[in-house]
Design a protein around this ligand. Structure first.
Ligand SMILES: Cc1cc2nc3c(=O)[nH]c(=O)nc-3n(C[C@H](O)[C@H](O)[C@H](O)COP(=O)(O)OP(=O)(O)OC[C@H]3O[C@@H](n4cnc5c(N)ncnc54)[C@H](O)[C@@H]3O)c2cc1C
Length: 360
């Protein structure tokens, strides 16, 4: 077994992990990137076929590269291809597939384990995103439903729903996109916990900064982060205007109270028959493998430095979190990579060099 100690290990090779690796390389920090997927592309390779580059709100450029063009091509092909080029072009040390199960602290050395394999390191950059942690709220009777229940991660594209009565649940951008695609071709209903907040202005950089600031405030307090994309408000794009005309967004109801075999029961006791429940209820950070490090605060989230604007875990400055909380967007993930690399260098300089096993 390789007992040498890396200066840093990055977990995840999405936008956040690749940006971190680029900046670590620039600083001359000896590292590897461990990625669970079979191929480059992070979560983008798993997004539904119908999602085109015109549909995404925007994919930021990786450091030193151009962002992929906005056109009608499939996002799950274009973005992974650009990440693959980037990894190759910058000689980033990505190893895959490696699914990290847990990270432990053994006598001051971080041990990153994936089954029987392990990597020992002085610092860690966690860039595991949210895609592998779909969030499904629990409702009474959920398991009795005889129709189909899908989450955003399973979305097979609109044709699958032809002729079915579909209840879309959730108040975020995914729900709006699904309704936009489904309402013109089939019968849809929409349920959200809160009244959706619509924006009709252009999404300005100031509005983006305000949304990020909200999430930073939560992370500074050690609260579980909300999605940045989730606090920006909802906008109808050209693609959804036809659905709006057909009333897709007008028939929005507060959440049902229980699920029954053939449908749902609303709070006023009325029953609604549905064939499919499409849960567009979001994601949570994929950080279960960090549990042995006890980074969570009593409020349930991981507190980050610089009032939530940094990437360093307050409880353990050897650990950086990128693509977490305020940096969980392509632009945020990109910037966080640079901050994380600086945080790694700071931790390496301030902690003593570990014995003869160190790699350099
Ligand atoms: C449907 C959807 C649409 C979005 N649209 C936009 C948009 O238009 N604009 C925008 O700015 N943001 C958007 N976002 C958010 C944005 O995609 C991400 O925040 C951003 O891409 C950052 O990605 P990431 O690198 O943090 O994570 P990911 O791209 O998810 O990469 C994480 C990587 O970590 C790996 N990994 C996970 N767990 C492990 C493990 N235990 N061991 C090893 N590897 C692991 C995965 O294999 C993956 O390669 C969207 C998100 C969703 C869900």
């Amino acid at each position: 077994m390789d007992m040498s100690i890396w200066e840093s290990v990055v977990i995840g090779a999405g936008q956040a992990g690749l940006s971190s690796s680029f900046h670590l390389t620039r600083l001359g920090i000896d590292h590897v990137v461990l990625d669970a997927d079979e191929a480059p592309g992070g979560a983008w390779q798993h997004r539904w076929d119908a999602l085109t580059m015109n549909d995404v709100h925007g994919v930021a450029e990786l450091p030193g590269a151009h962002a992929p063009a906005r056109d009608g091509q499939r996002a799950n092909i274009v973005v992974p291809a650009s990440f693959a080029d980037y990894e190759r072009g910058h000689h980033l040390p990505v190893i895959r597939p490696v699914h990290v199960d847990r990270v432990t602290d053994e006598d001051g050395v971080l041990v990153v384990r994936a089954g029987e394999r392990e990597w020992r390191t002085r610092t860690l950059v966690n860039a595991t995103g949210t895609w592998t942690q779909p969030f499904l709220p629990h409702f009474p009777g959920m398991e009795t439903f005889l129709g189909e229940q899908l989450h955003t991660v399973d979305y097979p594209g609109p044709e699958h729903f032809l002729g079915k009565r579909v209840l879309v649940v959730g108040g975020g951008a995914s729900a709006v996109q699904f309704l936009g695609a489904l309402a013109p071709i089939t019968d849809t209903l929409w349920a959200t916990r809160r009244e959706p907040v619509w924006r009709d202005d252009d999404f300005t950089p100031e509005a983006g900064a305000a949304a990020v600031a909200l999430v930073e405030k939560r992370v500074a307090q050690g609260l579980p982060p909300q999605s940045v994309v989730g606090v920006t408000g909802l906008m109808l794009r050209r693609q959804e205007r036809e659905a709006e005309r057909l009333g897709a967004y007008a028939d929005r109801r507060p959440m049902f109270t229980r699920i029954e075999p053939d449908g749902v029961r609303w709070a006023d006791g009325a029953f609604e028959r549905v064939d499919v429940i499409l849960w567009a209820t979001g994601f949570r950070p994929a950080i279960a493998h960090l549990a042995p490090l006890h980074l969570r605060s009593s409020a349930g989230g991981i507190q980050l430095d610089h009032h939530g604007r940094g990437t360093t875990a307050v409880k353990d400055p050897r650990i950086q979190l990128v693509g977490y909380g305020p940096s969980a967007s392509t632009i945020g993930a990109n910037r966080a990579g640079r901050t994380a690399a600086t945080g790694v260098r700071r931790a390496l300089t301030s902690s003593p060099v570990i014995g003869s096993a160190a790699r350099r």
